[in-house]
Design a protein around this ligand. Structure first.
Ligand SMILES: [Zn+2]
Ligand SMILES: [Zn+2]
Ligand SMILES: [Zn+2]
Length: 361
């Protein structure tokens, strides 16, 4: 029998059910890469830093505010242009093609959202109402950007937290990049889920949620009759609210990766109601608290995947399903991973989910 201290070792390539090319090698028996996991990274917990351009009182150090909530002196959330945009709207030249080397003009918008006036606050320490407000800001800004310019094909809202996740300024913040192309991974999700829908008349994300909430199976070895694997109901579920669910993907690229999805089918994040965002914020906050309790001082990226705008994506409202992907950074990709295009995960997603669920909140 497998005891909790001695979980079954797993060594298998798991095919991502939505993007088969993004598969994962789950190899728990030996660590195949440098580990940074499980040791506490000291987090900057100061609430105010005199020299920080994102702290209150230093508003003159950022480009002018696009939005302040509720106002410029007592702001809780503040949005500004990025001082070093990766995409800008200053150039309007046509796309260049030179032989096989094609370029698409780096046209777009890059904005920074200062998530909270408290410099070092962690996401799970923010109130549920504040988190709901933050995601309302993402939603409303997306609408404004899409309406402002037909050339914008995708608006990506994301957050980098901690140096391992690429955050250059320690003050908690997130970013919005509006781009002239749909990112390849979103495009792949959209296309593959559309193909699944055409075949099965069902949204693949909804199917995965149903599976997580109902599926139970025992797989026996054909020759010896011994149990090869037991799959139990809810083994991938981290948190469940009234309207949202947090799951550990079966083929997680990152050891502690968590996805949050609406329980009822919804393709476009821009159609989510304020009321539903309260439940979303609750599931997010609890999931992040679990993550922090297990890995301590989590450094992570999160990003929103939603139905892209434009005519060619209009028919995806039944097949696509918006979600937030949370990717904690606990290890550095190795040459094997980059060279093979295969993520390596050294903790089985079932085990990780169990540890996260076991946290007493
Ligand atoms: Zn600050
Ligand atoms: Zn769905
Ligand atoms: Zn996604």
């Amino acid at each position: 029998m497998n005891s909790p201290e001695n979980p079954p070792s797993v060594r298998e390539i798991r095919i991502n059910p939505i993007i088969p090319s993004e598969s994962v090698l789950v190899a728990t028996a030996r660590s195949m890469r440098p580990k940074k996991a499980e040791e506490l990274v000291p987090r900057d917990t100061r609430s105010h830093v005199e020299t920080c351009p994102f702290c209150r009182g230093n508003e003159h150090k950022t480009p002018p505010a696009i939005l302040t909530i509720p106002d410029e002196t007592n702001w809780q959330i503040r949005m500004v242009e990025n001082l070093y945009p990766v995409l800008g709207d200053d150039r309007q030249d046509a796309n260049l093609t030179f032989g096989l080397q094609q370029t698409i003009d780096g046209y777009g918008r890059h904005e920074v959202i200062i998530d909270h006036q408290n410099h070092g606050i962690a996401l799970f320490e923010m109130s549920v109402s504040h988190l709901a407000l933050l995601f309302q800001v993402y939603r409303d800004r997306m609408k404004v950007l899409y309406e402002s310019d037909q050339r914008l094909k995708y608006v990506l809202a994301f957050k980098n937290f901690g140096p391992a996740a690429g955050a250059s300024i320690p003050h908690t913040h997130s970013q919005i990049i509006a781009m002239p192309v749909v990112p390849q991974n979103v495009h792949d999700e959209v296309e593959n889920s559309r193909a699944y829908f055409t075949k099965n008349n069902h949204c693949i994300f909804c199917s995965l949620i149903d599976e997580a909430l109902t599926f139970e199976a025992t797989i026996y070895d054909r020759n010896s009759g011994s149990v090869r694997r037991k799959i139990s109901v809810g083994q991938y579920v981290i948190e469940k609210g009234k309207k949202f669910i947090a799951i550990k993907p079966f083929a997680s690229r990152f050891e502690w990766e968590i996805h949050i999805l609406p329980l009822n089918h919804q393709a476009d994040f821009m159609t989510v109601s304020n009321e539903d965002l309260e439940d979303f914020a609750n599931v997010l906050q609890r999931s992040m608290a679990r993550l922090d309790a297990v890995i301590g001082g989590a450094q992570y990226n999160y990003f929103l995947h939603t139905q892209p705008q434009g005519k060619e994506y209009q028919d995806c409202s039944s097949s696509y399903h918006w979600h937030l992907e949370i990717c904690p950074r606990t290890s550095i990709p190795t040459g094997f991973e980059l060279g093979a295009g295969l993520s390596v995960n050294t903790i089985s997603p079932e085990q990780a989910a169990e540890q996260l669920r076991a946290v007493k909140l």
